[in-house]
Design a protein around this ligand. Structure first.
Ligand code: BGC
Length: 374
């Protein structure tokens, strides 16, 4: 491997020299940010990226994958982006393959902290720096962490629900949470409770039941919600759904019971389906997390680490995240989430994150027109 890479580097250095000798246009005019006379040497530096699931959220394949691809290419990196499809064994096998193929940096969004930490340890043993992407591996050894302020995400969900139920004292709430193995699900829950617990304690709201959903499985989320609803005599006034995927499954159950549009449901990820549900009035809110920023920060970090430039990486990751299990602080980039209700869905289309054409369909066109979304 080493010999081949060296040979390739010689070839590409030769090519760069040949291009430079041909004229002044050696530096590519596209992409811009990769820039600098050393760009050709960094070209083709392999970075492995493993995403956790496809079905838990539309984000991974619809947003993260293309956005990471674009951001990494702009940094002169050559990303290999794979999805473990919720399978721990596959996650581990993908990582082994990437490590032996000579990636310079490994970026992982894990299914579980244990699985992610095991992979990070293997990479570290080979001297490969690891970035935890979106999900922190508790008790792990990854060098950096890039995500959003996930407690804030949960607080926005709690705030949205509290706002929707403020004129319904004693409203009955069911909470459908994310995967117990995903530290983010814990952070979202903790954030929600900063707002909801005082309301439960005062009797302003009543908690029927909370339930975590393995692997964020949307279908299981829907059937679990249905069971809780039935056991509660078909009564519910508000639902905490930890993301738009779970919200969609819950709204299907509400619709079966003639309750959609009457019971506020939270969400997260600002997916096209979630935004449509908001415009129809079936979902109360979502959380917009501009994933391009997450991808850009990750690509910058990876580019610095691929060069062994930890000072440059530290300059990107200026925040810290507490890992209570590993009893350490992890250098981080933590981006800011935004609360989206019907009134400001336009923020998401204006940002170019989702196209108006993806959310303005027959059932939502009137709302789109009224809100100036086009
Ligand atoms: C992510 C969410 C996503 C969920 C399910 C979480 O770790 O932060 O954006 O909806 O996983 O995939």
């Amino acid at each position: 491997m080493r010999i081949r890479r060296t040979a390739l580097a010689v070839v590409s250095a030769g090519l760069a020299f040949a291009l430079a000798a041909c004229g002044q246009n050696a530096a590519p005019s596209t992409g811009g940010s990769a820039g600098g006379s050393t760009a050709p040497a960094a070209d083709g530096v392999k970075v492995g990226v493993i995403l956790p699931e496809t079905d838990s959220s539309a984000r991974w394949e619809g947003f993260d994958k293309p956005m990471i691809e674009k951001a990494m290419r702009a940094q002169g990196l050559d990303p290999d982006i794979q999805n473990a499809q919720g399978d721990e064994q596959k996650f581990s096998t993908l990582a082994d393959g990437m490590i032996s193929s000579g990636v310079k940096v490994l970026v992982i969004a894990s299914i579980s902290s244990d699985g992610g930490s095991a992979v990070a340890a293997k990479a570290k043993a080979q001297g490969i720096p690891v970035i935890d992407y979106d999900r922190l591996n508790l008790g792990g050894t990854s060098d950096y962490y890039v995500s959003f302020d996930n407690v804030k995400v949960g607080a926005l969900q709690g705030q949205g629900l509290a706002q929707a139920l403020q004129s319904k004292p004693g409203a009955q709430v069911i909470e459908i949470e994310g995967a117990p193995t995903d530290n983010n699900a814990t952070l979202f829950y903790n954030g929600q409770q900063t707002v909801l617990k005082p309301l439960y304690d005062s009797g302003a709201l009543k908690l029927v039941q909370k339930q975590a959903i393995d692997k964020w499985d949307n279908q299981v989320g829907g059937t679990t919600f249905e069971q809780i609803l039935t056991a509660n005599g078909g009564k519910v006034d508000g639902v905490v759904a930890a993301n738009d995927g779970l919200a969609g499954a819950i709204i299907t159950v509400l619709a079966k019971n003639g309750l959609n549009g009457k019971v506020p449901v939270t969400g997260q990820d600002a997916t096209a389906d979630g935004l449509q549900a908001i415009l129809r009035g079936d979902q109360y809110m979502t959380v917009f997390k501009p994933i391009q920023e997450e991808a850009d920060a990750t690509a910058k970090l990876a580019a610095a680490l691929a060069k062994g430039d930890t000072a440059a990486a530290d300059a990107v990751a200026t925040q810290n995240t507490d890992d209570p299990k590993g009893n350490r602080q992890v250098k981080s980039v933590l981006l800011t989430p935004q609360l989206i209700t019907k009134d400001n869905v336009k923020v998401v289309t204006d940002a170019g994150y989702v196209k108006a054409s993806e959310i303005c369909v027959a059932a939502t066109q009137a709302a789109c027109t009224q809100l100036g979304i086009k």
